[in-house]
Write a protein that binds this ligand. Structure first.
Ligand SMILES: [Zn+2]
Ligand SMILES: [Zn+2]
Ligand SMILES: [Zn+2]
Ligand SMILES: [Zn+2]
Ligand SMILES: [Zn+2]
Ligand SMILES: [Zn+2]
Length: 372
C-alpha cells in the first residue's frame, strides 16, 4: 500500500512536471498570434496554428495573387527579377507582349530606338526594323536621304537628277539619271520649256517688280551641251546666264548694241526645279542690268539664290530653299546665307539697297583707279 502510494505520488509529480514543460514550450502562431496548443505547421522555422495561417504566410504569385506552394511545406515557385510566380502560365502573363506577334516575349529583345517595345525572337525583331525602300531588306543600319531610307548598296545607286533619290532607273544620253516618277513631269520639249521660261520671267516682274529690257534667248540643253558651252565638266548649276558683246579689234571698245543674252537650262528638270533654275538665271540678268559694277562670285550667286528663293516661296516650292542652304558648292550656300541676313529686317528692299551700294562703291573705285 505504501509502495502504491509512492508510485502514485511519483506519477502525479511527473505529470505535473511534464505539463509545466509543455506549457513552457507553448508556441505562438506567427500569423495570428494565438497560442498553439495542438498540431502546428512550420514554414521558414516559424509555427502556424492552421492551414489558413500557414497559407497567409506563404509568398503570393505576383500575377494571380494565389499563395504559392499550397499544400507543400516550402512552396515551389518561379522567381524572376525579384517577383514570384505560381506557374509558367502566370509568369508568361507577366511578360510584355511581343510587339510583332503578340506572344509573351520571354527573351525581351528591345529595339534600340524605342525601348518600350519588346520582341519575342530575333525574327520578330527583324520585322520591326525599317526596310530599304528599294530592295525591301530589313536594316540594322541605313542611310537617310530626304526622309527616305536605303541600305548602303541601294544608296550608292545612280541618283535622280530631279528628286536626288537613288535608284533612278532611266539613264539619259548625257549620262544623267532620272527616276520614273520625275520623268513623268520632266520638262523635255522646247516649246513647253520656252513657255515656262516666259512665265517665270513674267512672275518675277509681277511678284518682285524686277525686270530688264534684255532680249534673252532661251535654250533647253542637255548636260553635254551645257558642259561644252561652259567648258566645265562638273557643274553645280543646272543653268547658265550668258551676256556677250562684240568689241572693236583696234580700240578694244564695245560695239554698241552688240550684246547677246542667252539663258541655258538643262532638260529633264521637273517644273518646280525648272522654275527654280530659271528664276536663278533671270536673277543674274537683273543683277547684270541693274548693278553691273557689283561683282564677285559670292555676291552674284547669293543674289541669284535669294531672288529664286523668294520666287520658290511664291510658287509654294519652299522645300527647294532648304536645299539652297545645303548646296555642296559652298559659295552658293554662303552667298545665300549672306543675303538672308541682309534681308532679315525688311526683305527685298534691304537687299536691293545693299546691291545698289555695292554697285556705287565699285563704280567709284573703278573711276579712282582710272584717274590715278
Ligand atoms: Zn494562426
Ligand atoms: Zn499565379
Ligand atoms: Zn514575336
Ligand atoms: Zn536596298
Ligand atoms: Zn526623281
Ligand atoms: Zn548662278
Amino acid at each position: 500500500m505504501k509502495k502504491l502510494f509512492l508510485s502514485l505520488l511519483i506519477f502525479i509529480l511527473l505529470a505535473f512536471l511534464s505539463a509545466s514543460v509543455l506549457l513552457a514550450q507553448n508556441r505562438i502562431c506567427a500569423n495570428c498570434g494565438k497560442t498553439i496548443t495542438k498540431n502546428f505547421l512550420e514554414y521558414n522555422s516559424q509555427p502556424y496554428c492552421s492551414q489558413k495561417c500557414f497559407e497567409a504566410a506563404l509568398p503570393k504569385c505576383s500575377v494571380c495573387g494565389k499563395s504559392v506552394g499550397e499544400g507543400t511545406k516550402q512552396g515551389e515557385f518561379l522567381k524572376h527579377n525579384g517577383k514570384i510566380f505560381c506557374s509558367d502560365k502566370c509568369f508568361e502573363r507577366s511578360l510584355p507582349k511581343c510587339a510583332a506577334c503578340g506572344k509573351p516575349a520571354k527573351k525581351q529583345i528591345r529595339s534600340t530606338d524605342d525601348a518600350s517595345k519588346a520582341y519575342c525572337s530575333q525574327e520578330c525583331y527583324q520585322t520591326s526594323l525599317p526596310k530599304c525602300e528599294l530592295c525591301q531588306k530589313s536594316l540594322n543600319g541605313w542611310k537617310e536621304m530626304a526622309g527616305h531610307i536605303y541600305c548602303n548598296d541601294c544608296a550608292a545607286l545612280p541618283k535622280c537628277l530631279d528628286c536626288r533619290l537613288p535608284g533612278a532607273s532611266i539613264e539619259l544620253p548625257d549620262g544623267r539619271h532620272i527616276c520614273q516618277t520625275c520623268e513623268k513631269t520632266a520638262v523635255i520639249s522646247r516649246d513647253q520649256a520656252q513657255r515656262l521660261f516666259e512665265q517665270v520671267r513674267g512672275d518675277i516682274e509681277k511678284h518682285l517688280g524686277l525686270t530688264t529690257d534684255h532680249r534673252i534667248t532661251f535654250q533647253l540643253v542637255d548636260a553635254r551641251e551645257l558642259g561644252r558651252i561652259t567648258g566645265v565638266t562638273v557643274f553645280s548649276e543646272q543653268g547658265l546666264y550668258s551676256h556677250k558683246w562684240k568689241t572693236y579689234q583696234t580700240a578694244k571698245t564695245k560695239v554698241p548694241d552688240s550684246d547677246t543674252f542667252v539663258i541655258y537650262i538643262l532638260s529633264h528638270l521637273t517644273p518646280k526645279y525648272f522654275y527654280n533654275i530659271a528664276a536663278h538665271e533671270l536673277a543674274h540678268d537683273i543683277h547684270d542690268a541693274l548693278y553691273p559694277n557689283a561683282k564677285g562670285k559670292e555676291l552674284e550667286e547669293g543674289f541669284a539664290e535669294y531672288i529664286s528663293s523668294l520666287m520658290n516661296a511664291y510658287w509654294g516650292n519652299d522645300s527647294l530653299n532648304l536645299e539652297k542652304l545645303h548646296n555642296q558648292e559652298k559659295i552658293y550656300a554662303q552667298g545665300y546665307q549672306k543675303f538672308l541676313k541682309i534681308a532679315e529686317k525688311n526683305g527685298l528692299s534691304d537687299v536691293l539697297a545693299y546691291m545698289e551700294k555695292q554697285n556705287q562703291t565699285s563704280k567709284s573705285k573703278a573711276i579712282k583707279k582710272k584717274t590715278k
